[in-house]
Design a protein around this ligand. Structure first.
Ligand code: C2E
Ligand code: MG
Ligand code: MG
Length: 592
């Protein structure tokens, strides 16, 4: 043989024989037809003995099964197998852990079908890994080679050496490619992930009675069966010992249970080990993702818990992990504790929504609206916590804080720029605060502390709160009024107040509820109600304010009806203090 330059190449055969791995050629049944020196040396058999021997006969029974049920079919379908962990038994009867790769070649004119097999001893493989590491360290390595070596190392790091399945780290890397929605309760985001935690029943008994070799073989064939039962992109991994995990996206718990039942079925077929027929079974725990917060680790942990229940209930079965049913009383206590801590730790925020004077188009003031920066749930609106704060009495410190925070802003705006002069500050009061005998003192000292003109503070009380105890309300409102602060009836139109009381309450404005404003231009009934509310306010000598104005059509209609003030997304959403300052500096509203 010569090379392209015509020089003799005598060392091709030498290469074949001295390569650091075993090379074999077999026929389709596995009979060895050619073998290199390395393999001859490695096994200790003479070349003559090896030729004609079946490759499988050099393996323990478990690997023979693996070769027959996995390698031969795979060679028929895809033409190759790679890195299958098998043992090769040498002439001394000692097992040599090895990795087998093979490719099938179709018959040519002169040669029949054949299979070329490469066998690396696991020892050589370890040397190879070491070489990779030192290759990585070599400073002069080219980037391309380094990338290849890193890739190879990573592949080794992500797989279980015995079964070739991904290990825990490999599983996590693989799960990322499963298209799945996070939560069962968010349809349209894809199916939720499920983890099935599989633990073989009585595996220890196999290991103890038949030896670790038999145990390993059993694990290898279980791995093969699980892998064949799960379709890509579902992932199968071996976590440790006899613990396997399957992770896949499922339509719901029913589909996860069906998958578990299928796995139990594939595992139930007898496995031949060392002339024995072993029937194995497993206990499976299932966990299906409940919400966006579930990580794969969470799922595996929950599936593990469920697996223990399956063991307790008699093995060879699956159990579903159900999160402990939530107890509303416990949930409430927990939430209350969080809110109390939140208030103490400064987790409350105040946002400010501008109020527009419809006669001038300028901002005449702002309404303070509280929010809670929850550690895990994000920024929460008042609907998530005000009712709880009211029931528990926490609304008192909360309300006092919101008032002080707002008056502090008022003070700083007055000092910093002329925009702040004359602005009104509206703060919401709850029914519970209204009945608090300390309310008037609290408001008075806040006004003093922040050096605030009482006429520029407006306290908003919902119509429902006023009407829950109108007689007491008149008393509290009168006391507040005597401080010189303004009072507003909030959400007007939703609380069935009677005209008699409306006249008795010492109020300065009616805030017409957003639900009526929404119907302006759409519903003539709503237009009539809004018109009457404005007229009613004017009849008793107070201002009419429209809440929740979202369109310029609504603003125009309100202006035409003589409404005094308006507030809503059309002008501005509730803003942080910083955004409010920017907004105040740049906005006036003019009729379009
Ligand atoms: P409210 O006093 O009637 O406040 C108006 C609510 O309507 C605010 O909701 C505001 O963000 C929202 N809003 C304003 N303009 C529009 C709009 O154009 N479209 C729509 N869809 N909504 C608009 P938020 O901030 O969620 O507050 C809800 C309620 O919580 C308030 O209703 C008030 O009753 C209560 N609240 C807020 N802050 C406090 C507080 O510090 N103390 C007490 N006791 N209650 C508060
Ligand atoms: Mg309000
Ligand atoms: Mg309102």
């Amino acid at each position: 043989m010569t090379d392209t330059a015509g020089r003799p190449v005598a060392n091709f055969e030498t290469l074949f024989h001295q390569a650091p791995c075993g090379y074999l050629i077999t026929d389709d049944d596995g009979h060895i037809t050619a073998v290199n020196d390395t393999f001859v040396r490695w096994t200790g058999y003479g070349r003559a003995k090896l030729l004609g021997m079946k490759l499988q006969s050099l393996m323990p029974v478990g690997d023979q099964i693996l070769y027959a049920t996995h390698c031969i079919p795979q060679l028929g379908i895809t033409g190759s197998v790679s890195e299958i962990a098998v043992d090769i038994i040498g002439s001394d009867g000692v097992r040599r852990p090895a990795l087998l790769s093979a490719s099938r070649f179709a018959a040519t004119g002169q040669e029949p079908d054949s299979v070329r097999v490469i066998i690396f001893s696991a020892h050589e493989r370890r040397l190879y890994e070491k070489e990779l590491v030192s290759a990585l360290r070599a400073a002069e390595e080219s980037d391309a080679r380094r990338a290849l070596a890193e890739e190879e190392l990573q592949r080794l790091a992500l797989h279980d050496a015995l079964t070739g399945l991904p290990n825990r780290a490999g599983l996590k890397a693989r799960v990322g490619s499963i298209p799945a929605g996070a939560a069962t309760d968010s349809p349209g985001e894809g199916n939720p992930l499920a983890a099935l935690f599989i633990d073989l029943d009585h595996f220890k008994a196999v290991n103890d009675s038949l030896g670790h070799g038999a145990g390993d073989n059993l694990l290898v064939s279980v791995a093969g069966r699980l892998a064949s039962a799960v379709q890509a992109p579902g992932a199968v991994a071996r976590l440790s010992g006899d613990e396997f995990v399957v992770v896949d996206a499922v339509a719901g718990t029913e589909e996860a249970a069906a998958l578990a039942a299928r796995l139990l079925e594939v595992l139930a077929a007898p496995i031949h080990l060392e002339d024995l027929e072993i029937v194995t079974s497993a206990s499976i725990g299932i966990a299906v993702a409940q919400g966006g917060d579930d990580t794969v680790e969470d799922l595996i942990r929950r599936a593990d818990i469920a697996m223990y229940r399956a063991k307790e209930r008699g093995r060879n079965r699956w159990e579903l992990h159900r999160p402990a049913p939530s107890d509303p009383a416990v949930d409430r206590l927990r939430a209350l504790g969080e809110l109390r801590r939140g208030i103490g730790e400064g987790a409350l925020r105040v946002h400010y929504q501008p109020r527009i004077d419809l006669h001038t188009g300028r901002a005449s003031g702002v309404e303070a609206l509280v929010r809670w920066q929850h550690p895990t749930r994000g920024l929460l609106p008042p609907s998530e916590f005000i009712a709880m704060a009211e029931e528990s009495g926490l609304v008192r410190p909360l309300g006092a804080w919101v008032l002080d925070e707002t008056l502090k802003l008022a003070e700083s705006l007055r000092r910093d720029d002329r925009q702040g002069a004359g602005l009104e500050f509206a703060v919401n009061l709850s029914a519970r605060q209204l009945n608090d005998p300390g309310l008037v003192d609290m408001v008075e000292s806040a006004l003093e502390r922040r050096n605030m003109d009482p006429a520029l503070l407006l306290l908003e009380i919902t119509e429902t709160a006023l009407m829950s105890d109108p007689v007491a309300a008149v008393e509290s409102l009168t006391a507040l009024k005597n401080l010189g602060v303004g009072l507003a009836v909030d959400d007007f139109g939703t609380g069935y107040s009677s005209l008699t009381y409306l006249k008795k309450f010492p109020i300065n404005e009616l805030k017409i509820d957003r639900s009526f404003i929404m119907g302006l231009g759409l519903d003539t009934g709503d237009a009539a109600i809004v018109g009457s509310c404005i007229d009613l306010a004017h009849a008793v000598g107070i201002r009419a304010v429209a809440e929740g104005v979202e369109t310029s059509g609504q603003a125009q209609t309100l202006q035409d009806m003589g409404c005094d003030l308006a507030q809503g997304y059309l002008f501005a959403r509730p803003l942080t203090e910083r955004r409010l300052r920017e907004w105040l500096a740049s906005h006036t509203w003019a009729r379009p």
